[in-house]
Design a binder for this molecule. Sequence first.
Ligand code: F6R
Length: 603
Amino acid sequence: MCGIVGYIGANEIKSTLIEGLRDLEYRGYDSAGIAILEDNSIKSFKAVGKLINLEKRTKEFQSKGFGLGIGHTRWATHGKPTELNAHPHLGKFSYVVHNGIIENYQELKQSLQSNGIKFLSQTDTEVIVHLFEKNYKEFNDPMIAFEKTVQSLKGAYAILLISKVDPQKIYFAKSGSPMIVGTNKNNEIFFGSSDAVLIGKANEVIYLEDEEYGYASSEGIKLFKDQKEIGLNKKPLVGDKLSAQKGGYRFFMEKEIYEQSEVVVDTILGRVLDDKIKFDELDISFLDDIEDIKICACGTSYHAGLSGTYLFERVAKIRCDIEIASEFRYKEPLLNKNTLFIVITQSGETADTLEALKMAKRAGLKTLAICNVDNSSIVRLADYTLLTRAGIEKGVASTKAFATQSMVLWMLALYIASHKNTISKELLKSEIEAIRHIPSVLVVNDKLHEKIKRLSKRYLHGHGFFFIGRDIFFPLALEGALKLKEISYLHAEGYPAGEMKHGPIALADSELFTIALMPKTLLYDKIKSNVEELSARDATILAISPIEFELADDFIKTNYSNHPMSEFFEMMVITQLLALEISVRLDNDVDMPRNLAKSVTVE
Ligand code: F6R
């Protein structure tokens, strides 16, 4: 959801900002803009659409020598994706970029307008710059003006502001939206709404906390909270730029599908011993009084969590339910102190999941985050975290995050089962063997990929897709349908196979495509009957199974396997590739599908 960059230093500022925005473009790509302050004058450029348009527009411009700048890539919340609504927003002598939502912008705007201030955009962000300038006129001190501005804002924000009245500084503030400041030995300072921007540039970073604000100049960074200066909590930044590049694949999504086999090795590394599951991050006594588990998440992470609920109850014999975070927040849930509250999130910044976690903490529950991004807001808030170790995920349609989340949940179910003595030594050993087999299950077979490429041409029309499965294959069906709709823009639903006859089967005809997940190891006969019922109504069936199925119009044969999770991961790859190839044939933008953004930091 939007991306922010900032830079102070002697490097060419335009290209430094655009390079940073490129790392963030997957987060929002409705429009982009930059503002550069050098020699006491500000140059600003904006363009609608992808970053390439901004690059074209700024082709002739180059900064000279030391200076500073801010940049933004937008995912529209207030106001259409037009040039006027693109950031940076300007007042008379200052520019601002902002990520998040200013909830009280209407009242602030009305009060500013009644003072004769004219607005150019429909955004909530523009109030920030006008408020700053109004406060500056009143107090004649940029820091006081910025502090007063921040104090007036309600909602979520990460802000960078530059002004001709203080041309050596970038002012910053954070509350509810991520913001990271990085430094290096060349006396450069970088800002980013994700550390992806800073990798390879900064060697020390400060992950700003909520309500912190301050300014940076070539003389250093000053940080404040509640009007008092506070110390800088610098951390070394590790990471490697290469992992954030496409490496020969057509799309990040494709690269990330192919990477799953390797990243899952990282997920299980050091955690799966011959006879037990070990999480150094957890203190086992943490589980002592736990009576049940509640999981909260959004989107793909919710689907991983839903498959987890089956595993927790079946293997660990512990009651478990799951809620979509945006629903949980407002339903006034009754919470029990002995519930373990698990949030699952790739980014660690999803606003609804973060709020759900805060609610659980306020109610005194023990909390655990399953997350991919260390130091993210959710990781910092939860009592404990299990990192999924998927590496940077750039494709907006999540793939390897789902694979690693599912793996962590499986390991956690076994870990809790051992703790509660609900699993025999023999069964635990065979589960561990099954886990160790998964990286090879996830290797993408070239022939299979070719087959899916060919087959995809038959699935470019029709009036809809039903992905159906039972048990843990139901969440996988939901996830398969979500992948397809996100990048193909075709209507797709995931459904529990046994539910079809309770209504949706009315839709069945030859133009209804059914993607049937038919594992051998779990309820094969049951799902077979469900698919037969659809076939009898002339639905077009694409069956994915290790067992030949004569009623299938198309058939993708999977390997014979003796563990449902093995079949789960193999079918997961197939549904991901199917969505990818359909999207490619429809000529859609696979990595940056319309209307979406990678990290949803607004409600
Ligand atoms: C789908 C997708 C989204 C996210 C959802 C939650 O491909 O990526 O549905 O899963 O927005 O995001 P996180 O996991 O970052 O909390």
